[in-house]
Design a protein around this ligand. Structure first.
Ligand SMILES: *Cc1c(COP(=O)(O)O)cnc(C)c1O
Length: 362
């Protein structure tokens, strides 16, 4: 038997995650200067990182010979979320946190439920444990909670929900999510991934962390990769019952978030000005992009994050024509949506570059 055949069969069966094309890669392929490339493919913050976070990173360089201490960031997140520090678990990005949940609860002979067109990391985190993945059909491209509830089997240990969802942008009203939680057996973990939470209008946003007292099987995941602009530093977190958080901490690497990332995240939490500006740039950019897409009569899925998913006749060819003009968006055929593209909402200038390139591509 070959060496590769000795690897776990469920590991060999995994299709690797396909990230958005890096700017440097397109620059190499097209012989194009990086300055001419606009990347709207990974839902990153077009304003960069908060100036306060940058200062904090610079200051934290002085201490990199020491192992990191998560105390301050955990304390801050706990205070803001109204939970105890032992209910906060930090991750090397929220992807890490998702894996911790999977490792604590899944194994061969168990299963997890997720919705068609939902975030690709859920299948990955599930399948790597040898557990079975139960995919339920989407409703209007988003989660069908009734179908997910009905799909739960006695061996189901995790239900994955992204709200808003990526890559479709759908949003489930909070009362529906709450009713779903109440309907799920108490021994099944419900992961509510809120990576785009900060893009929900403040007056509409419900603090789902306040539901933890009632639902100890709920795990709320959030990230510093999106509105906080720290995707490259890798910080995310989970809010959970102390019991579940304790289990996640058993499988967590002790130093999974580095010193610079911890310092940046602490400072970013306090930079309200940057967060407000990021939110507003996203709102204006959404209107700008929707108007441009509408001019072409392109169908969009109602967008609730920092990206818009639109249908276009030949998505693969259109994507290629955009790349040739130095514009990177995200094809989502791998999510079962071969006729759709996902564009991240950028600055006004980036959005205009995209719309201009799209005019030429269509
Ligand atoms: C971007 C995203 C994340 C965040 O991933 P990180 O590992 O924190 O960078 C998590 N969930 C969803 C649905 C996302 O779109």
């Amino acid at each position: 038997m070959s060496l590769a055949e000795q690897a776990l069969s469920y590991v060999r069966a995994i299709s690797p995650y396909q990230p958005g094309k890096p700017i440097t890669e397109l620059a190499r392929e097209m012989g194009m200067p990086v300055e001419q490339i606009v990347k709207l493919a990974s839902n990153e913050n077009p304003l960069g990182m908060s100036p306060k976070a940058r200062q904090a990173v610079e200051a934290a360089i002085a201490g990199v010979e020491r192992y990191p201490d998560q105390f301050e960031l955990i304390a801050k997140l706990a205070e803001r979320s109204g939970v105890a520090p032992n209910q906060v678990v930090l991750g090397n990005g929220s992807n890490d946190v998702l894996e911790l949940i999977a490792r604590a609860f899944l194994a061969p002979g168990r299963s997890a439920v997720f919705a068609q067109h939902a975030f690709a990391v859920y299948p990955l985190a599930t399948l790597v444990t040898g557990a079975e993945l139960i995919a339920t059909p989407a409703r209007n491209y988003g989660h069908d909670l009734a179908a997910m509830r009905a799909a739960i089997r006695p061996d189901t240990r995790i239900i994955w929900i992204a709200n808003p969802n990526n890559p479709t942008g759908n949003f489930l009203p909070y009362p529906e999510v709450r009713a779903f939680l109440a309907s799920v057996p108490a021994d099944v973990v419900v992961v509510l991934d809120e990576a785009y939470n900060e893009y929900i209008a403040p007056e509409e946003r419900v603090d789902t962390a306040s539901w933890l007292a009632e639902f100890p099987n709920l795990v709320v995941c959030r990230t510093f990769s999106k509105i906080y602009g720290l995707a490259g530093l890798r910080v995310g977190y989970a809010l959970a019952s102390a019991e579940v958080a304790g289990l996640m901490n058993r499988v967590r690497q002790p130093f999974n978030v580095n010193n610079l990332a911890l310092a940046a995240a602490c400072a970013a939490l306090d930079d309200h000005e940057f967060l407000t500006e990021s939110y507003e740039v996203n709102q204006r950019g959404k209107a700008q992009l929707l108007a441009g897409l509408q001019r072409h009569g392109l169908e969009t899925i109602p967008a609730h994050g920092n990206f818009i998913t639109f249908r276009c006749a030949d998505a693969a060819a259109t994507n290629q024509k955009l790349l040739q003009q130095g514009v990177i968006v995200r094809p989502i055929a791998g999510y079962g949506l071969p006729d759709w593209l996902r564009v991240t909402i950028g600055t006004a200038a980036e959005n205009a570059r995209f719309l201009d390139a799209l005019d030429k591509a269509l």
